[in-house]
Write a new protein. Structure first.
Length: 389
């Protein structure tokens, strides 16, 4: 299977505050290194295509930023890009430090009274205004990795659905004869984007759960420039509920969000089965919380349900949020899935994709670095062998 990677995704490296301690974040560059070594091993049947956001032409960078801005607030994006240098200039953070929030925007107990929706003037307070946890620090290269990660989702959609206009971003401008050759090659039906940082927890204006820009939303917005009204299904298989993705499409009947996740686990306040969408989006959000310590048997039962939901929706495009924190030894996930189980899970999950429909697999979490490569290879085997509907 084709996987897209950008070396800039390795730069971001932060600390998180967890269980009364500041520790190196579980979401580390070593995760991606482990995945790359597995995919690039001599006996691997997979191909890793290296992309480089930094060497894109300005027009492509602008187009990507416009796409990101469709889902994320301008003040929030400005914050992600500038907060580190602003703090650094005032000597408020070390060159190798990470900025974490100190005070959040909080609800009040007074009915119908809401605290100010404005970003606070205070430079410390803004870190809390634009975040919802203390796992999502901002260091000097966070934005560089974030934009490279988002670009993978953007380019992934362009690879699956090559835009007719040549003005759209490619990494290099091919010579005319190569361009003809490229046009003759049919696009892949599925591909994997090795996104890091991940994306499914951040909403329009808050970083959280190691996420800064919602890569799935980038993929959806990119797809929509070509197919504005087509139905899109998101199948979220990370251990955690993708609160950000849910929120972005909660009122949208053209995007079905289906998630299997640990019940009563991070992000704690979302993910209940009663969250089914709002307004026109009612019925197009399906949460399937599963008890912690569940093994592959219980998982498969709920996966069947998820697959039926996606099929019933008849999507024209399927996006998978793929996390390996469902693995039995994961330090922050609590299911009991074994390496060998991923093959069967992926084979079954592939049944969610209708025949002839293309799919994009976007990397989210998974924190047992030593097993990530094996787990992914097992999953990819099942996904590639699994048949569409
Ligand atoms: C993308 C992704 O997987 N983000 C997950 C972020 C979760 N961060 C907080 C997890 C808290 C887990 N608490 C259990 C501590 C056991 N030592
Ligand atoms: Zn997760």
């Amino acid at each position: 299977m084709l996987a897209l990677h950008d070396a800039d995704c390795l730069l971001h490296e932060t600390v998180e505050f967890i269980g009364a301690k500041a520790i190196p974040a579980h979401e580390s560059p070593a995760r991606l290194q482990a995945i790359l070594s597995a995919l690039k091993a001599p006996d691997s049947s997979h191909q890793v295509q290296e992309l480089s956001y930094t060497s894109l032409p300005e027009t492509a960078k602008n187009d990507l930023f416009t796409t990101i801005s469709q889902n994320h607030d301008a003040g929030y994006l400005h914050h992600l890009q500038t907060v580190f240098s602003t703090w650094r200039d005032k000597d408020l953070v070390e060159a190798d430090g990470s900025i974490l929030p100190e005070c959040w925007r909080f609800p009040t107990s007074i009915k119908d009274y809401h605290v100010s929706p404005q970003a606070p003037r205070d430079i410390y307070a803004r870190a809390g205004f634009y975040a919802f946890d203390m796992s999502t620090g901002i260091m000097k290269t966070t934005w560089q990795s974030t934009i490279a990660s988002a670009n993978l989702a953007y380019q992934g959609v362009h690879t699956l659905f090559p835009p007719s206009s040549s003005s759209i971003a490619t990494t290099t401008s091919p010579a005319p004869e190569e361009a003809t050759e490229e046009a003759a090659t049919p696009p892949p039906t599925t591909l994997l984007t090795l996104c890091r940082p991940p994306g499914h927890h951040c909403d329009g204006a808050r970083a959280g759960g190691y996420c800064y820009v919602n890569n799935v939303a980038v993929a959806i917005s990119t797809y929509r420039t070509q197919f504005p009204t087509a139905r899109i299904a998101v199948l979220d298989l990370d251990f955690h509920h993708g609160n950000g993705t849910q929120e972005l499409y909660y009122a949208d009947p053209s995007v079905l969000y289906v998630s299997i996740h640990g019940e009563h686990e991070f992000p704690y306040y979302t993910g209940a089965a009663t969250e089914t969408g709002i307004g026109e989006g009612e019925g197009f959000n399906v949460n399937l919380p599963l008890a912690p310590e569940s093994g592959v048997g219980a998982y498969m039962e709920v996966l069947d349900k998820a697959v039926r939901e996606v099929r019933g929706f008849e999507p024209a495009f399927v996006v998978v949020s793929l996390g390996f924190d469902t693995y039995e030894l994961d330090p922050i996930g609590r299911f009991r899935i074994a390496t060998g189980d991923y093959e069967g899970i992926a084979r079954r999950a592939k049944g969610a994709v209708p025949e002839g429909v293309r799919s994009l697999v976007v990397l989210e979490g998974g924190y047992v670095v030593e097993k990530l490569g094996e787990n992914l290879l097992s999953w990819l085997k099942g996904w590639e062998e699994g048949t569409e509907e």
